[in-house]
Design a protein around this ligand. Structure first.
Ligand SMILES: Cc1ncc(COP(=O)(O)O)c(C=O)c1O
Ligand SMILES: N[C@@H](CCOP(=O)(O)O)C(=O)O
Length: 518
C-alpha cells in the first residue's frame, strides 16, 4: 500500500525533491565520594550566580564536581566468551571485533559496584532539572555509566533527554481497557527523535579524538532520516563536518531539511537504507570519516539512558512491559542494557519484559522470532509509512536477539493499515505520534487482545520520534487518500460555504452527533 503522492488535503508540495589495543585504566582503590542527594544550601539562600565572564563549563571546572576518574569503560566483543581478553580503548577507532562481530562498551562494574543502588539513585535524582554542566542533560546526568573518562570540556550536548513519560489515560481506557499505560516521548527532543541521546555521546567522543589529533576529518552515517538529523545537529554545534547518506525519496521532507539546514554534506543515493548502510561502511573503512550509525556501540551508551530515566520517573519502580519500535535494532538492546545495569547495580530488583515492534513490510526480526530463533534471513524492506524503520538487514540483529531472550521478550508486527489506524486513534486522544509509535501501539493492541498484557499491567510505549516529522502520512490518512486503506479514523475538514446559514447547519449537525445520549 503506498501513500498517494499528488492529492492531499493541504496540497503540500515538496520544496526539496530528492532527484532522486589498549587495556582499561588501572582501577582506583579508594572511593571518597559522598552521594550528592542533599542540597547544601538552604532553599531561602539561592546559590550565588557565577561571575559574568565565566560560562557553565568554566563553572563546572572550578567546582570540580566530577568523580569520573574512579570509573572506566572499554570496547569488548559483544556477548564475548568470558575467557576472551580482547578489548580496546574507547579512544581507538574500531567498530568490529577481530572476528568481525559487534562490539559492546563494557564498564568497570566492580568499580561502579563500590557504590550501592541508593547512592546511584540519589545521585541521578539530584541532577534532574538542573543546568549544571554537563548534568543538565538526561544522558550526561548518568555520565559515570555512559562515558566515565571523557573530560566534561569535550562534551557536545543540547541538554537532551529528560523526556516526558506521560499517562495515556484516555487512550488506555477507551481503546485498551488499561489503567496504567504510559508513553515515553523520546521524540520531544532537540532534533525530534531518540537519536539525540546516542549522538551526544558519539559526537562528544569524536570531539575528544579530534582534540587528541586522531585522524577524524568528519563523521558520517546512513540514515532513514533521524540519525542524520541528530548527527548533523551535534556536529554543527561542535564545528565538525558531517556527511549523510540518504535513500533518495524515502524520507520525509521534515527529516531531509534538518541536515540541509545544519550544513551537513548530504548525499541522496538511489538505493534503500540497507544500500546506504553498506556504502557508508565501505567508505568509512577507506576515509577518515567516523561511523555514526548504531553499529558503533558508543551510540547505545547514550540511548540506554532512556531506560534508566523510565525507572527514575517511576520512582525506581519497574514497569511490567516496555514496547519499542525496531528497525536497525540498536535501540531495543540499548533499553535492555539500561534496565539491566540498573538491576546489576542494585537500583531495582528486576527488569521489564521487552516487546520489539516491526512494520510487517520490514520485519526480519519478527520472522526470526516466529521461527523460534532458528532461521534469520535479511529481507528486502518494502515501503512503509513507518519509513524510519524500513530496514531489511539490521546491523544489530544479534544485540536485539540477546535483549529479547534475556528479558523474556516478544516481537510483534503491524500492517500498514494497523499502524496508521493506531496512530490516528492515539492522535484522537490528544497525542500527535509518529507512524513508528503506531507500530508499537499495534503491538500493544495485539498483546492486549490475546491477553498477554493484562488490563492492570504497567506498560510503557516508547514513542521514538515527533509526529511533526511525519505530517505527510497523517495528511494522506485524513484525506482518505491511501490505496486499499479504509482510513477508519479519518477526520477530514468539512468544506462549507461562507454564509451564516450554511455554517449553522453543519455546526448543528455536528453538535447533535456529540450530544450525550440519555
Ligand atoms: C523514529 C524511529 N523509530 C524507531 C527506530 C528504530 O530504532 P532502531 O534502528 O534502533 O531499531 C528508528 C531508527 O531506526 C527511528 O528513526
Ligand atoms: N532510523 C535510523 C536508521 C539508522 O539507524 P542507526 O540507529 O543505526 O543509526 C535513522 O534515522 O537513520
Amino acid at each position: 500500500m503506498a501513500a498517494a503522492s499528488s492529492t492531499s488535503l493541504f496540497h503540500a508540495s515538496s520544496p526539496f525533491p530528492l532527484k532522486t589495543h589498549q587495556p582499561p585504566r588501572p582501577r582506583p582503590t579508594h572511593f571518597p565520594i559522598k552521594a550528592q542527594s542533599q542540597p547544601t544550601t538552604p532553599l531561602t539562600s539561592p546559590k550565588q550566580r557565577r561571575p559574568a565572564d565565566e560560562n557553565i563549563r568554566d563553572e563546572a571546572r572550578r567546582n570540580n564536581i566530577t568523580h569520573d576518574n574512579l570509573f572506566s569503560a572499554c570496547y569488548v566483543p559483544f556477548n564475548a566468551d568470558p575467557s576472551s581478553t580482547e578489548s580496546y580503548s574507547l579512544d581507538e577507532i574500531v567498530y568490529r571485533s577481530q572476528s568481525g562481530g559487534l562490539l559492546d562498551v563494557q564498564h568497570d562494574m566492580a568499580a561502579l559496584k563500590k557504590f550501592d543502588g541508593e547512592y546511584w539513585r540519589n545521585l541521578f535524582d539530584s541532577r534532574v532539572g538542573r543546568t549544571t554542566w554537563p548534568y543538565g542533560s538526561g544522558v550526561w546526568s548518568k555520565k559515570e555509566w555512559v562515558l566515565p573518562e571523557i573530560d566534561s570540556d569535550d562534551i557536545v550536548s543540547a541538554f537532551e533527554g529528560n523526556s516526558n513519560l506521560f499517562w495515556a489515560e484516555r487512550f488506555g481506557k477507551q481503546f485498551l481497557g488499561m489503567n496504567d499505560l504510559w508513553v515515553k516521548h523520546c521524540g520531544i527532543s532537540h532534533t525530534g527523535s531518540f537519536k539525540d541521546l546516542g549522538m551526544t555521546v558519539l559526537v562528544s567522543q569524536v570531539n575528544r579524538l579530534r582534540k587528541m589529533n586522531r585522524p577524524v576529518v568528519g563523521v558520517g552515517c546512513a540514515s532513514t532520516g533521524d540519525t542524520s538529523a541528530a548527527l548533523s545537529a551535534y556536529c554543527a554545534s561542535a564545528g565538525i563536518p558531517s556527511i549523510v547518506f540518504l535513500p533518495a525519496n524515502r524520507i520525509s521532507i521534515a527529516q531531509l531539511v534538518q541536515p540541509i539546514a545544519n550544513g551537513a554534506f548530504v548525499l541522496s543515493i538511489d538505493t534503500d537504507f540497507d544500500g546506504c548502510m553498506q556504502l557508508i561502511r565501505e567508505v568509512t573503512a577507506e576515509l577518515p570519516i567516523y561511523l555514526a550509525n548504531s553499529l558503533n556501540s558508543l551510540r547505545l551508551e547514550g540511548q540506554k539512558t532512556a531506560a534508566i530515566e523510565i525507572l527514575q520517573q517511576f520512582d525506581w519502580q519497574v514497569p511490567d512491559w516496555v514496547i519499542v519500535p525496531g528497525g536497525n535494532l540498536g535501540n531495543i538492546y540499548a533499553f535492555y542494557k539500561g534496565f539491566h545495569m540498573c538491576k546489576e547495580l542494585g537500583l531495582v530488583d528486576k527488569i521489564p519484559r521487552l516487546v520489539c515492534a516491526q512494520a510487517a513490510n520490514a520485519n526480519p526480526l519478527y520472522l526470526y522470532f516466529k521461527s523460534g530463533w532458528k532461521d534469520f534471513k535479511a529481507v528486502k524492506a518494502n515501503t512503509t509509512f513507518a519509513s524510519a524503520i524500513q530496514i531489511g538487514d539490521p546491523v544489530s540483529i544479534d544485540r536485539a536477539v540477546y535483549a529479547l531472550k534475556n528479558s523474556n521478550g516478544i516481537v510483534e508486527e503491524a500492517t500498514e493499515e494497523e499502524l496508521m489506524d493506531a496512530m490516528a486513534q492515539a492522535d484522537s486522544t490528544g497525542m500527535f505520534i509518529c507512524p513508528h509509535t503506531g507500530v508499537a501501539l499495534t503491538a500493544l493492541f495485539k498483546l492486549r487482545n490475546s491477553g498477554v498484557i493484562k488490563p492492570t499491567d504497567r506498560t510503557v510505549v516508547v514513542s521514538t520520534a515527533h509526529g511533526l516529522k511525519f505530517t505527510q502520512s497523517k495528511i494522506d490518512y485524513h484525506s482518505k487518500d491511501i490505496k486499499e486503506m479504509a482510513c477508519r479514523y479519518a477526520n477530514p475538514p468539512v468544506q462549507v460555504k461562507a454564509d451564516f446559514g450554511s455554517v449553522m447547519d453543519v455546526l448543528k449537525k455536528y453538535l447533535l452527533s456529540k450530544a450525550p445520549k440519555h
